[in-house]
Design a protein around this ligand. Structure first.
Ligand code: ZN
Length: 163
């Protein structure tokens, strides 16, 4: 994983411990980090980012400092292996992304205290997040696929018939 353009941010301390902060203003669409999405492992931990179905990458020392927000300022495109600014980011602002946009069922769920009006509280991955909330965020292809698969199963009457 390469920290391309890593003069844009630095390791810092936030409300929840270590984080990454912008060192200058960042414009929407700016690439902050790139990574190799093909270098996958099957084991999921709190330090991995999900890039496909049963596919995870081990986040490097910068990537792993990106915390969750329910009103994120970054997007992770797991197909291209790029982390983009989603909006204008001010200098000293903490960098974060919406964990359910990459994670389906997290190994270490937690309760979010971001205090944003859109806070969803329980962060366990997309499987644990209401579909109406998910639809208001950018989601990676594998998450969209897994949601569709779950919804498809809901129309299979055999699953609900009593024997
Ligand atoms: Zn939140």
């Amino acid at each position: 994983m390469k920290g391309r353009g890593n003069t844009l941010y630095e390791k810092s301390l936030g409300a929840l411990g270590s984080c990454l902060r912008a060192t200058k203003k960042i414009l929407p669409g700016t690439i902050l980090l790139t990574f190799d999405p093909t270098c996958t492992i099957r084991e999921q931990t709190y330090q991995t980012v999900q890039v496909g179905i049963n596919q995870h990458i081990l986040a490097d020392s910068f990537f792993s400092l990106l915390n969750h927000s329910c009103d994120p300022n970054l997007i992770i495109d797991t197909k291209k292996g790029a982390v983009y600014a989603l909006k204008n980011i001010d200098s000293r602002e903490e960098l974060n992304f919406f964990y359910p946009s990459t994670e389906w069922d997290m190994s270490s769920p937690f309760v979010c205290n971001c205090n944003k009006p859109e806070c969803i509280s329980y962060i366990g991955g997309a499987w644990w997040t209401p579909v109406n909330i998910l639809a208001s965020h950018y989601l990676n292809d594998h998450i969209v696929y897994l949601i569709k698969e779950k919804i498809d199963n809901a129309s299979k009457l055999d699953r609900f018939r009593r024997r």
